[in-house]
Design a protein around this ligand. Structure first.
Ligand SMILES: [Zn+2]
Length: 547
């Protein structure tokens, strides 16, 4: 008999062990009544999400960090959030870092034309934080690529009064892929690896920045030589008396152009730089290559405000009923580039977060934890606004000492991948949260299958939370025409936003925020990372630019 008891005991213990996690999963409660109310509020005539988009893009956009439009959009958001009855609505100031200051800047006038050998109006936009032309200027177009110090020596003294094309005619491959697309089921399945990938944090997505284009193949140089080259390169065109520089990008075809901004933002004498649509650029480049003289005329007016380099995040709360000191956050970056109106990057994330707050407040849902919205500035300059907020409230990543607020922080949800609807969520290496999110998505099967992948995604503000060991998540979104057409382009405008996708996102994010604010426990967390040395921001935002 005793012989038989042993395995029995083992079996029942094993059964118990098996049952414990099962029970916990089974306890993941979703309130179907509340979910229905949220859907009815957003899918009905009550949705305000496109009205918010209109205000953040057509009315007040673009929202280049610290530009007059950025500040006006912030004031509008505060007024709107207060009108909805939200609490603690304010612009939370943060100073832009000493070595990374962001002055106000805007372009107030731009015209570009080819005047010889024939007339052609040109599609272009100045890069951010570059100076104007001090009235109309006309000059010969020249192709002048600098890849080595020897190139500089050869060009020295030949460029005064010229307009420099920085790259040869760009190759435009025949477009065989659709401009916009959704993920296939197979692509979504492929996002879920069989095993947990090593290296839990970091891992930005492929960095897409204006600096990445046409990076020259530099010859071998000592660090000192490279430093000297870089320093000379910074002002080379200006020192040579060039009127302005023009560049193009192979993605920037059919009237679209992609761009960024000057590195040294506080220098109000930065040489004018223009990003031009590829076909217009290529015509000029080919004429020059055929030794046909080309005269271009530009008139560019820009304004700097170096007196006020402080920025802000937009904050609004719905106070929790029983655990008001515990916090669930929702957000996305508020700033944009200036080429379009900042619609898909990131009018969508900001608008959806505002809509989530409106839905939850309008439905007057009782939530245990406080729900706080954070719309961040300076994301495009390296996740600066969210990093400042996390440092002020939760932990300084260079020290990794948690504040009391850190202990009471439940989780953060971010949207910043264009207009595509939600197809799932990145766990950011936090496999422990999987059963929770799977249970929530299971109840949303009618609007998404909800793929849950342990993978990281990078380049946006949830990384500021992840960097100090707080649960921060970005949803998986359909790619649409984000990479091909809108991301940091002059066609990042209202029309590129799909209303049905926006409503789907608002519903899912509202459900996630509601659930996070009402489930009994906060999310399980990864371990707090080691302190990160100042300046060495590792994998997150290290390139100095966000998505
Ligand atoms: Zn973005």
């Amino acid at each position: 008999m005793t012989f038989n008891l042993m395995p029995r005991k083992i079996t029942s213990i094993a059964l118990l062990l098996l049952l414990v996690p099962l029970l916990v999963i089974a306890q993941e409660r979703v309130d179907l009544n509340v979910m229905h109310k949220i859907k009815a509020e957003e899918f009905g005539a009550n949705s305000k999400v496109m009205d918010i988009v209109y205000n953040l893009t057509d009315r007040y956009g673009p929202r280049l960090t610290n530009s007059p439009q950025y500040r006006a959009a912030g004031d509008w958001a505060v007024g709107q959030l207060k009108e909805w009855g939200l609490a603690n609505v304010h612009l939370e100031k943060w100073p832009t870092p000493e070595n990374n200051k962001i002055p106000g800047w805007q372009c107030t006038y731009f015209s570009a034309n080819m005047v010889e050998p024939t007339y052609q109006p040109l599609i272009g936009v100045p890069q951010a934080w570059t100076a104007g032309t001090n009235g109309p200027v006309t000059g010969d177009a020249v192709l002048a690529q600098v890849q080595t110090p020897a190139d500089m020596d050869k060009l020295h003294g030949t460029l005064k009064g010229k307009i420099v094309l920085l790259v040869p005619a760009v190759e435009l491959p025949f477009p065989t892929n659709p401009l916009a697309r959704r993920y296939t089921d197979q692509e979504l399945a492929d996002l879920v690896p069989d095993i947990i990938p090593s290296g839990g944090r970091g891992g930005r997505g492929a960095p897409v920045g204006p600096g990445g284009r046409g990076a020259p193949n530099l010859p071998p140089m000592t660090p000192e030589e490279r430093q000297a080259f870089t320093t000379r390169m910074r002002t080379f065109w200006k020192d040579e008396g060039v009127l302005l520089t023009v560049s193009a990008n192979p993605r920037g075809e059919s009237g679209t152009l992609f761009g960024g901004g000057a590195q040294n933002r506080m220098d109000t004498t930065n040489l004018p730089q223009v990003s031009m649509t590829a076909e217009h650029y290529n015509r000029i480049a080919r004429l020059v290559e055929h030794n046909v003289p080309v005269k271009l005329q530009f008139d560019i007016k820009t304004q700097f405000d170096t007196a006020n380099t402080d920025s802000f995040n937009v904050v609004a709360d719905i106070p929790g009923s029983t655990k008001p000191d515990e916090l669930v956050m929702v957000g996305g970056h508020f700033d944009s580039w200036h080429f379009g109106t900042g619609a898909t990057d990131n009018g969508i994330g900001a608008s959806v977060a505002m809509e989530v707050m409106r839905i939850l407040k309008t439905l007057n849902l009782k939530m245990d934890r406080t729900v706080r919205m954070g719309l961040w500035g300076g994301e495009e300059q390296g996740l600066l606004g969210s990093a400042a907020y996390v440092k002020d409230h939760f932990a300084d990543p260079t020290v990794m000492k948690p504040t009391p607020e850190h202990d009471k922080f439940a989780g953060y949800f971010n949207i910043d991948n264009g207009t595509g609807r939600i197809r799932g969520i990145y766990l950011q290496g936090n496999e422990m949260v999987r059963p929770i999110f799977e249970a929530w998505f299971a109840a949303l099967k009618d609007i998404t299958n909800g793929v849950v992948t342990v993978r990281n995604t990078g380049g946006t503000d949830h990384q500021s939370y992840d960097a100090v060991g707080l649960p921060g998540f970005q949803f998986i979104q359909d790619p649409m025409d984000y990479d091909t057409r809108t991301h940091h382009s002059n066609m990042d405008v209202y029309e590129r936003i799909q209303q049905a996708d926006m409503e789907q996102m608002a519903i899912i994010e509202a459900v996630f925020v509601y659930n996070a604010a009402t489930r009994p426990e906060m999310f399980p967390r990864k371990e707090m990372p080691e302190p990160q040395p100042a300046g060495g921001r590792g994998g997150r935002g290290g390139g100095g630019r966000g998505n």
